[in-house]
Design a protein around this ligand. Structure first.
Ligand code: ATP
Ligand code: MG
Length: 335
């Protein structure tokens, strides 16, 4: 968790909802029933959610705000308005995890960042799930080997998670497969509401399992399957937006790396260049901190390109390959 505790920080039990002024026994029970069990959960909730469980709009606004203020006072959250020097300081607690390929890591400025959402986009078979599996292993490595010394949470929507593959990657990297598997916490989600609920409760699991990586493979598939036709687009985008914002807040609050995968869809209007574009429209484009486009290249290699990032050049690209060790450098040829 990103903790900014100072000498004058207020001592607060962030797992005790009643520490928030205005939360009594009855309100706590209502919140618990909605999966909000800590001050952290309440601070990450939206007032709209609290209205849905029967709180008045004023009370909902007030509680979310008070929870946030309490976290700021106790040093768990940063102040809302801060000088840029402090933002820089905050980013110093950001860490990076290796993808397994040094070429891909350098394209990313040193690996996949915590406190951010990294979106892997590409056609079937391009290697998105393979990167996610590899990251579950590398996250567990010591810091000096490019890891985050933590566990990984894997949220699977496509039934493509393979513990055998995690084992193989771990073994290929000289690690104890059994230990590595124990540190990958898996959840399968069956529809978009289930995904929303799981993401809502994520903070609690991140703390419980000391996770440093959260994978959502894929972020879009349930939404695409459930919302068919133009008339449903607005609602779909609204829900996707909520989900991504919550994921980003979770990434920032708990200093974890969030990696989501996304499919591409054919764009028949495109006459030049790649006729495929990422699914999810503007919502995903605006919520992901980093968007990485992956495609198959010659000789069974893969080419990754950053298509959206606050500070990486848009032309940054890297070649890598997928082997029994997971993601690896090409060894020879272009990097
Ligand atoms: N053990 C392995 N050794 C080498 N390559 C492998 C291994 N396992 C998988 N691959 C490669 O990874 C590819 C599958 O990639 P992956 O499942 O990550 O695709 P994806 O981008 O997630 O696709 P989708 O959109 O269908 O989910 C296979 O086609 C194969 O080339
Ligand atoms: Mg996949």
């Amino acid at each position: 968790m990103v903790s900014k505790k100072t000498a004058d920080s207020k001592e607060v039990d962030v797992f005790d909802l009643q520490a928030v002024e205005g939360v009594g026994k009855a309100t706590e029970e209502k919140l618990n029933a909605a999966g909000i069990t800590s001050v952290l959960d309440l601070a990450a909730a939206t007032p709209r959610e609290l209205v849905e469980i029967g709180l008045s709009a004023e009370k909902a606004e007030e509680l979310c705000l008070k929870a946030r203020l309490l976290l700021i006072e106790s040093g768990f959250l940063d102040k809302e308005f801060v000088p840029a020097t402090e933002v820089l300081e905050r980013r110093k607690s950001m860490q990076r995890v290796t993808t397994g390929s040094s070429a891909l890591d350098s394209m990313l400025g040193g690996g996949v960042e915590t406190q951010a959402i990294t979106e892997l986009i590409g056609e079937y078979g391009c290697g998105k799930t393979q990167i996610c599996h590899t990251l579950c292993v590398t996250t567990q490595l010591p810091r000096q080997q490019g890891g985050l010394e933590g566990t990984a949470i894997y949220i699977d929507t496509e039934a493509t998670f393979r513990p055998e593959r995690i084992s193989q990657i771990a073994e290929g990297r000289g690690l104890d497969p059994q230990k590595v598997l124990e540190n990958v916490i898996f959840a399968s989600v069956y529809n978009s509401s289930h995904l929303q609920l799981t993401v809502k409760e994520l903070g609690r699991y991140i703390e419980k399992y000391k996770a440093r990586l959260v994978v959502v493979d894929s972020i879009i598939s349930h939404f695409r399957a459930e919302y068919v036709g133009r008339g449903t687009l607005a609602e779909r985008q609204q829900r996707l937006n909520d989900l991504l914002h919550r994921l980003l807040r979770t990434a920032q609050m708990h200093n974890v790396a969030v990696v989501v995968t996304n499919q591409v869809q054919a764009n028949p209007d495109q006459f030049f260049g790649d006729p495929n574009k990422p699914s999810g429209g503007h919502v995903l484009a605006h919520s992901s901190t980093y968007r990485i486009f992956i495609r198959r290249a010659a000789n069974n290699t893969r080419l990754a390109r950053i298509i959206d990032s606050p500070y990486h050049p848009p032309t940054a690209e890297a070649y890598f390959k997928i082997t029994e060790k997971g993601v690896e450098d090409l060894q020879e040829g272009k990097q």
